[in-house]
Design a protein around this ligand. Structure first.
Ligand SMILES: CC(C)(COP(=O)(O)OP(=O)(O)OC[C@H]1O[C@@H](n2cnc3c(N)ncnc32)[C@H](O)[C@@H]1OP(=O)(O)O)[C@@H](O)C(=O)NCCC(=O)NCCS
Length: 180
């Protein structure tokens, strides 16, 4: 398990699946805002990769997020789009509604950075999020991510086109910040 200050990133367990399905992926608004594709219901028992992990997939590494104290499930996080030539990857995360706003998201981003830069030896991590997702933008910036641009009207979300912000963090920046 990867440990942050308050959260851990561990493997997906069978008992996580109904909770993630009900509280994250069955929430149409959350799904429409967090994923770049149209919401559709996930059939219980399906092998949807958001729920069931394919350990042979080298490109995406999904985690379940738990509280270090007590071990309760609080969400899901992924290092996705791992490109071992350019040594880049993307970060994605979603927390259960009752666990948001407590600092966990910031801690999850920190743990994913450790995984990407230290465990995987990547050079650049990237986040794309809706321009109005203040919590995600702050969680990223708290970890040193820099706003690199706005992808204007790039996301179709529940009846309108919204802007996305592209944020990036380089390994040397992250390491320098940790030494300071
Ligand atoms: C986005 C998300 C992961 C952030 O995690 P979180 O635990 O809620 O965020 P934190 O508690 O670490 O807060 C991070 C910062 O955002 C601020 N913040 C938190 N919730 C906020 C809200 N609803 N509105 C405005 N600011 C908010 C915090 O004050 C903190 O700011 P600071 O660093 O300046 O003090 C979480 O809210 C979530 O899962 N949202 C739904 C799914 C989603 O949007 N995923 C990202 C898709 S790219």
């Amino acid at each position: 398990m990867l440990r942050g200050d308050t959260i851990g990133l561990r493997a997906r367990h069978e008992e996580d699946i109904p909770i993630l399905l009900a509280e994250l992926y069955d929430d149409v608004v959350n799904s429409a805002r967090a994923e770049g594709r149209p919401w559709r219901p996930i059939t219980p028992g399906s092998n949807d990769p958001r729920l069931v992990v394919d350990d042979t997939n080298q490109v995406n590494v999904p985690f379940s997020v738990v509280e270090l104290e007590g071990g309760a499930l609080v969400g899901a996080a992924t290092l996705w789009g791992i490109d071992t030539h350019n040594r880049t990857a993307h970060i994605g995360l979603g927390l259960l509604p009752s666990t948001r706003g407590k600092g966990y998201g910031t801690d999850v981003v920190a743990a994913l950075c450790h995984y990407g830069f230290v465990v995987r030896g990547l050079q650049r991590l990237q986040i794309e999020t809706l321009a109005d997702n203040t919590a995600m933008l702050r969680a990223a910036e708290r970890n040193g991510f820099v706003r690199e641009g706005v992808l204007r009207s790039s996301a179709w979300v529940l009846g309108e086109f919204l802007d996305q912000v592209l944020l990036g963090l380089l390994a040397e920046e992250w390491k320098a910040e940790r030494k300071a």
